[in-house]
Write a protein that binds this ligand. Structure first.
Ligand code: SIN
Length: 292
């Protein structure tokens, strides 16, 4: 545990989890502006632990946005249908249907992914704030892609180093639409916003210099300049390798949790919520760098 005294009446504690990633931040009320010193501490802890959990944060969407913006410009999700009214930077993640209409993206995180990896500049990080939680289910899993790279067998390292892969928002869209009647059809403008992009399979974290695997079952479709069957087989091996239990932290949500994760270091997965349970969270995403 690190204890960082700011002043006699303000103490932040960072409690690392007994897990391959993650820490809880104690002593910070995110409804108040973050001091420059606290920003430095939170930024450092985020780089060190990849997931930060802030418990019991009674914050408004405006305060959620203001905290997120301290780390960079925010991104607007292509599914603008599910933006919070008056706050286009906030995506509603929810399985709730009202008057026959979904109020949010119900199947966000159904497959392992790193947020917005299908953009030229994928997300640096995401901040998810619990609004309404199910009595059962609804956990979020995080996989440490630095550890996945560190533990990658040599023959797979040799196979992927220096190679690039395509990421496509539409990769599983039709499949998800078949599973969920609530996923909207995309307009031509929306499709134009999510053209496929190519990123290195092994990326270097721009702030820590650590290497991480950067492919996911949701968005990565093929390895560039590799025959299709070989590419499919190699991607399957990488996906299976990345989500072994020794790389994973499972977050069990509590009321008003705010969870801030690093998409350059992690993938995540929504473990699922029973249909009869209500789940609603608000998500912001911070724009990151072009991966290298
Ligand atoms: C997401 O993929 O950002 C949503 C994760 C979740 O709902 O647990």
């Amino acid at each position: 545990m690190t204890t960082l005294a700011d002043s006699p009446d303000q103490i932040i504690e960072i409690h690392p989890f007994d897990a391959p990633l993650g820490a809880e931040v104690i002593g910070l009320d995110l409804s108040k502006p973050l001091s420059p010193d606290d920003f430095i501490r939170i930024h450092r802890a985020h780089l060190d632990h990849h997931v930060l959990v802030f418990r019991d944060q009674r914050i408004t969407p405006g305060q959620h946005i203001a905290f997120s913006k301290r780390f960079g410009p925010l991104q607007i999700h292509v599914l603008h249908q599910f933006a919070l009214s008056g706050h286009p930077e906030v995506l509603i993640v929810s399985n709730i249907v009202e008057n026959g209409q979904p109020i949010g993206l119900g199947d966000a995180g159904h497959y392992w992914h790193s947020d917005l990896s299908y953009k030229e500049k994928p997300s640096l990080g995401s901040l998810l704030h619990a609004q309404e939680l199910p009595a059962v289910g609804g956990d979020t899993l995080f996989a440490n892609m630095h550890l996945a790279w560190d533990a990658l067998p040599q023959h797979l390292r040799d196979a992927v180093e220096g190679r690039r892969a395509e990421h496509t928002y539409l990769a599983k869209y039709a499949e998800l639409q078949r599973r969920s009647p609530w996923r909207p059809n995309l307009s031509s403008e929306q499709i134009a916003q999510v053209k496929p992009v190519v990123h290195p399979i092994v990326r270097t974290h721009p702030e820590t210099g650590r290497k991480a695997l950067f492919v996911s079952e949701h968005f990565t479709t093929r390895i560039v300049d590799m025959p299709e069957d070989e590419s499919n087989a190699l991607l399957e091996e990488l996906f299976a390798h990345s989500v072994q239990p020794e790389f994973i932290y499972r977050h069990r949500w509590a009321e008003h949790d705010l969870v801030f994760w690093d998409n350059r270091s992690l993938m995540h997965l929504a473990a699922g919520t029973p249909d009869e349970e209500r789940r609603r969270l608000y998500r912001t995403t911070i724009e990151g760098d072009v991966p290298f």
